[in-house]
Design a protein around this ligand. Structure first.
Ligand code: BMA
Length: 318
């Protein structure tokens, strides 16, 4: 590697970061973070974003954009925590971290129902991106970070999620015939001692299909004496059996360095909830920074597929 300055992160922060802050929310709120992109039929990008109200719980609001970079936030929420019925019982502390996947043309949202029994995963769908119909609670607590695969695998729907067992947070896969009842659960990826993802990990972006495998952009947490540090990395999973790992990055593709990633309600957090890839393979990755703003990182599918798994890229120079 030539001497001189190198970019410290594999992917590139958009120069307009942070893309959205609480100043952009047209009503009084605490923070805005963790948005999932919805690439609509007319080529526009919407962002379903998590807003934390001043009461302390979160809900979802829609932001609209022509270019996927500059967003305007709607003046009222599109989805509030349920107050009644089955969902009302489990959303008492809010709804968090939406992740959108289109399957057979239907727009599904997987989100965290935060309640007094611990977080569990819930599923909803929308036809117009403004009205959301809850379908089912699809896990027990404690489980978070659900993402749906964009097509069936061997005739079944598939998802990744992050149950916690013995305090260890690993990524698991499970399967379903109807998106409601899930089983055949297997562990996929677990934290790595000594690494940036040594404490907990979880799926972040719904899996992206490539000829070589499912590219999963996940988050990894290292626990330090100053608290957790959230970074973003990649893993490639087998197309037919996603519990099989083909390769995993050694270093993260993005981690907190800028002030807006370091300073906020929760410091040292880069936490992605979705990405869009255009016809030329260019990618926009949407991530929450310090639980206080939404940021965008730019890369290409090619760059991630070649460089993020290139261990020399992350190693000490030779
Ligand atoms: C996770 C989720 C995210 C949050 C992250 C960092 O557990 O709650 O919503 O961004 O922690 O605080």
């Amino acid at each position: 590697m030539p001497r001189g300055r190198i970019g410290r992160d594999l992917i590139h922060r958009w120069e307009g970061n942070p893309a959205l802050t609480v100043e952009d929310v047209p009503f009084r709120a605490n923070t805005v973070f963790n948005g999932t992109p919805i690439h609509t039929e007319d080529g526009k990008v919407l962002l379903l974003i998590r807003v934390e109200g001043q009461q302390g719980y979160s809900f979802f609001v829609l932001a609209r954009s022509d270019d996927g970079l500059r967003f305007t936030i709607d003046d009222k929420p599109v989805m509030m925590p349920a107050k009644e019925g089955l969902f009302g019982r489990y959303e008492t502390n809010g709804i968090e971290d939406p992740r959108v996947t289109f399957i057979d043309g239907t727009c599904y949202v997987v989100y965290t129902a935060a309640g007094d029994y611990g977080p569990r995963i819930a599923l909803a769908k929308t036809e117009d991106y403004v009205n959301y119909e809850r379908i089912a609670l699809i896990s027990e607590p404690v489980n978070k970070y659900g993402v749906l695969f964009p097509r069936r695998i061997k005739d079944r729907y598939a998802r990744l999620d992050r149950p916690i067992g013995k305090g260890v947070g690993s990524i698991w896969v499970s399967y379903s015939d109807d998106l409601i009842h899930w089983g055949d659960t297997e562990v996929v990826l677990t934290p790595r001692s000594g690494y940036w993802d040594s404490w907990r990990i979880g799926a972040s972006v719904p899996p992206i299909e490539t000829p070589e495998g499912w590219l999963e952009i996940y988050h990894g947490v290292k626990f330090t004496s100053a608290g957790p540090v959230y970074r973003i990395g990649t893993v490639l999973l087998d197309l037919d059996e996603p519990s099989k790992v083909i390769k995993r990055c050694s270093g993260p593709i993005l981690g907190p360095r800028e002030d807006y990633e370091r300073i906020g309600d929760i410091p040292n957090v880069c936490f992605a909830c979705g990405a869009v890839v255009d016809d030329d393979g260019q990618m926009k990755l949407y991530y929450g920074a310090a639980d206080t703003s939404i940021c965008i990182a730019l890369t290409s599918l090619d760059e991630l597929m070649t460089e993020s798994f290139n261990h020399d890229h992350h190693s000490v120079t030779e």
